[in-house]
Ligand binder design. Structure first.
Ligand SMILES: Nc1ncnc2c1ncn2[C@@H]1O[C@H](COP(=O)(O)OP(=O)(O)O)[C@@H](O)[C@H]1O
Ligand SMILES: [Mg+2]
Length: 407
């Protein structure tokens, strides 16, 4: 039987009829892409990849999209490989042309299986020439792709681009140089004919790209690219989202139930709504109870932060160790613990004393401010409320943190 509406979909990016059309965000992306590239910013699990996949699958007449998952690349070689492979995958006729230049490595290129081709390509990139040559070859491939396919524009979608740069940085000095090289090259490409008109990029990222790039002292390389932020749903959007899921499940609820879902969720992030709906529907099925505001409240208190859904937020904790220096991560952990335990906000001075307890004499106010900026741009904290003080970025994450990392 054909499914009429969205199902509950928790965890991986959403696609097809499960995708709730974030019309405003998508319109903003399209509008900005008409004239240039964009940074797509949002915390992990806010729905970036879903939007990027939607744009890949619904690019409109003008754009020919190619989607890259960059989170697992740690070097320029990996990035080069991914770039070339994806172009060739999207236009296999280019494989032959490309391999002509490297006849030895690609004997009988049409006959080798895909995975053999991949291995050969990897070896080739490692051996034949450095970045200076490869970046020209990539440019040539982009050029050929434009000539072959004749799209009005190519759209390269780089999912988790700042995480890839961070991975480079973690590899040491060479990696740091490589990150700057990629940024410089991409900037040059964006400004060069015919690519200026014919190539667009989406740089998607769940850690603050500004932080990574300013660490590299390379802000200049990206300051021509405007950002589109993906935030929570507005209330009417969230109501529509909830109603569509309930209707697809043939469940009718009173309007006060929808209001209760909005209230209990707080910050209306799609995955929070999905989890709450999932737990309420399961609880109602299991217990035979009607879905009421009281049941919604009970599920928030007892189920949504339970083991079933714990894993979806664990990355927020783990990445502190991955993307912050050891001492910074220790301080961040203590600060977040303090914020999770506090009823309201916490004054910056109180957090600074936690910071100096850990860093000792080394703790200086400027470095502390930098850490707070990083936590803010990585979406852990909020610090611009009119009443002052520092807060966890939203209550759902705060409750999750208190439960799992509050001791
Ligand atoms: N447009 C959407 N429609 C429905 N659910 C969504 C949407 N965007 C995000 N979600 C929910 O959020 C989860 C994470 O989405 P994803 O796109 O992977 O986020 P990100 O790339 O920002 O980490 C999905 O599994 C789904 O539960
Ligand atoms: Mg993603």
């Amino acid at each position: 039987m054909k499914k009429e509406g969205p199902g509950i979909h928790i965890g991986p990016p959403v696609w097809g009829c499960d995708f709730f059309d974030r019309k405003e965000t998508i319109a903003e992306c399209r509008e900005k892409l008409a004239t240039g590239s964009i940074i797509l910013r949002a915390p992990r699990r806010y729905g970036k990849s879903s939007v990027m996949l939607y744009l890949r699958d619904n690019p409109g007449e003008d754009l020919f999209p190619i989607y890259f998952e960059l989170e697992d690349h740690f070097s320029l070689t990996g990035f080069t490989y991914e770039f070339i492979y994806k172009i060739l995958e999207n236009d296999t006729s280019l494989k032959k042309k490309f391999s002509k230049s490297f006849a030895k490595a690609f004997d009988n290129v049409q006959e080798v299986s895909l995975w053999k081709f991949k291995i050969k390509l990897k070896k080739l990139i490692e051996k034949e020439g450095g970045w200076e040559e490869w970046k020209e070859r990539i440019k040539q491939l982009i050029f050929d792709l434009l000539n072959n396919r004749k799209p009005k524009k190519l759209l390269f979608i780089f999912d988790e681009f700042p995480l890839m740069l961070h991975n480079f940085i973690n590899e040491g000095k060479t990696g740091k140089n490589e990150a700057v090289k990629v940024l410089q090259w991409l900037r040059k490409l964006r400004h060069e004919e015919p690519f200026l008109e014919k190539v667009r990029f989406i740089f998607g990222g769940s850690i603050g790209i500004e932080k990574v790039i300013s660490y590299l002292k390379a802000t200049r390389t990206i300051n021509d690219v405007p950002a589109v932020n993906i935030g929570p749903f507005a209330s009417p959007e969230a109501e529509d989202f909830i109603q569509k899921i309930l209707t697809a499940k043939e469940l009718a609820v009173e309007p006060k139930v929808v209001k209760a879902i909005l209230k209990v969720t707080g910050t209306l992030i799609p995955i929070y709504l999905q989890i709450l709906l999932d737990s309420v529907i399961k609880e109602s099925w299991n217990s035979g109870r009607k879905i009421t505001p009281a049941l919604v409240k009970e599920c928030y208190g007892k189920r949504v932060h339970g083991p079933e859904y714990k894993c979806y937020f664990e990355d927020y904790y783990e990445r502190l160790w991955r993307y912050y220096q050891d001492e910074e991560a220790k301080c961040a952990k203590q600060i977040l613990k303090e914020l999770a335990a506090a009823e309201n906000g916490v004054p910056a001075d109180r957090l600074f004393s936690i910071y100096t307890e850990i860093t000792g004499a080394a703790g200086d106010r400027d470095k502390f401010d930098l850490l707070l900026s990083a936590l803010e741009s990585d979406f852990y904290i909020e610090r611009d409320r009119p009443e002052g003080g520092i807060y966890f970025s939203n209550n759902w994450l705060k409750d999750w943190w208190r439960r799992y990392h509050g001791v």
